[in-house]
Design a protein around this ligand. Structure first.
Ligand code: ATP
Ligand code: MG
Length: 416
């Protein structure tokens, strides 16, 4: 039989929990839109089939295996993808789909770290929108018998198999797979609204940004740089970090706020121990204004309880909540640094964040920052600042960088 009847494709699996009713079709549409955007450089088509998203090559003459392999690696990083599978599409010809099952089982065996002598398998068939003459039980028997003959060393276990060879009969085709790779899970970006992230070039905030992006939020990072007092390195690192995070298609737009001048003014007029809290308040206030303009519904930070001086409970309270009515989401609040670092390594942001660049936080740092701020003292220092003038000048100076990887991002009306 010619193997041209067997074509590699990628099947994307998504979680169905919580996706009943109307939500489900919105979720699926958004997932397909996001996958199309992330796969736009590859010659593939993306469409829904029977509870999966199918990624197939446009032209049969291409190096199909290579293109599908690349598509699978891209798809795994897209929020909403629970698993991605290298599968085989065949005609509804038993010879073709049985051979595909043999190939798929061989690959699953190669990928397994278990002793091949103890491995068990079963065949699971599913039919949808088809007039194919064989029913699922008959398919189990047909494909199962073929595999038992080809792999006499393997035992069948229909209850708890190590490997399941899946055969999906859909319309006039068959799809076969046995081994799938984990995706990042979560929900498709664009199903949970917009969030403005306070984004430094450190380890924490890029990870925090990714975590909310994975839960379906369109992320709009805001970075405060020390410009014009320091070089632009932290800005470049933030752009690089956003590009990396966009492997998951979560970043719509990055705002850069040159903060050096206002920081200098703050440093000159408040007691050194309160400077950091004042910078922070100003950052939250500007981020809040940007969030309002963007129509975002929350702010996000990379704060983790007690990690540094400004992240004690008192200081967390003294900074954000008093200048912004938005919920402030802190996905890392209970994480240890090592957990955050491991995630940064997985995401590929670690090496970028490890490059040191002075940002606004390294400017005008006091020797001994306040760790348990007294509210009265902070408020009175804050009231002495020309807050609204400062905010206006910062918003005036703001610069934006747009990214095309996040199709769910909609720019604020006045500019679009
Ligand atoms: P990170 O690794 O995210 O820089 P950190 O451990 O350095 O965090 P802090 O410097 O106290 O901790 O910052 C706490 C949070 O404040 C950051 O996670 C980020 O959300 C926000 N933040 C800090 N610096 C900046 C900045 N220059 N621009 C925008 N947001 C910032
Ligand atoms: Mg930092």
């Amino acid at each position: 039989m010619s193997s041209s009847k067997i074509t590699p494709v990628c099947l994307v699996h998504y979680h169905e929990i919580g996706l009943k009713g109307k939500n489900r079709s919105r979720f699926e549409k958004q997932l397909i839109t996001n996958l199309c955007a992330s796969l736009s450089a590859l010659p593939v088509v993306v469409r829904r089939i029977s509870g999966y998203v199918l990624i197939a090559t446009k032209e049969p003459s291409l190096d199909v295996a290579e293109v599908i392999g690349a598509a699978l690696e891209i798809a795994r990083k897209i929020p909403g993808v629970a698993r991605a599978t290298y599968a085989y599409k065949t005609e509804q010809d038993p010879e073709a789909y049985c051979l595909a099952a043999k190939i798929a089982l061989t690959e699953a065996l190669e990928a397994s770290s278990q002793d091949p002598e103890t491995l068990t398998f079963k065949v699971h068939a599913k039919r949808s929108a088809t007039t194919y003459e064989l029913h699922t039980l008959e398919l189990h028997q047909q494909v199962g018998a073929y595999l038992c003959e080809g792999f006499p060393q393997l035992k069948v276990d229909v209850h708890h198999p190590d490997i399941t060879v899946n055969v999906l009969i859909h319309q006039s085709d068959a799809y076969v797979y046995a081994h799938s790779l984990a995706g990042v899970g979560g929900l498709p970006v664009g199903t949970a609204g917009k969030v403005v992230a306070l984004f430094s070039s450190g380890f924490d905030s890029p990870v925090a940004t990714w975590m909310l992006g994975r839960r379906g939020a369109v992320m709009v990072p805001v970075h405060f740089s020390g410009r014009p007092m320091v070089v632009q390195d932290s800005e470049e690192l933030c752009i690089e970090l956003c590009e990396k995070l966009n492997d998951s298609g979560i970043i719509g737009r990055l705002y850069i706020v040159p903060f050096g001048e206002v920081q200098r003014e703050i440093a000159l007029s408040v007691p050194p121990s309160l400077r950091i809290l004042m910078y922070r308040r100003m950052m939250y206030l500007v981020a809040d204004r940007i969030a309002q303009k963007e129509g975002a519904k929350a702010l996000c930070t990379g704060e983790s309880l007690g990690q540094v001086a400004s992240q004690t409970l008192e200081n967390i309270h003294a900074t954000a909540e008093l200048v912004s009515d938005m919920p402030v989401l802190r996905p890392l609040v209970g994480s240890d640094k090592q957990e955050i670092i491991s995630r940064a390594q997985e995401l590929g942001t670690f090496d970028i964040s490890a490059t040191t660049a002075p940002d606004c936080c390294t400017l005008f740092m006091p020797k001994k920052p306040e760790t348990h701020a007294r509210m009265k003292e902070i408020n009175s220092a804050w009231e002495k600042l020309p807050v609204e003038d400062m905010v206006a000048s910062l918003l005036e100076a703001v610069e934006v960088n747009d990214f095309s990887a996040c199709p769910a991002y909609v720019a604020p009306k006045a500019e679009s």
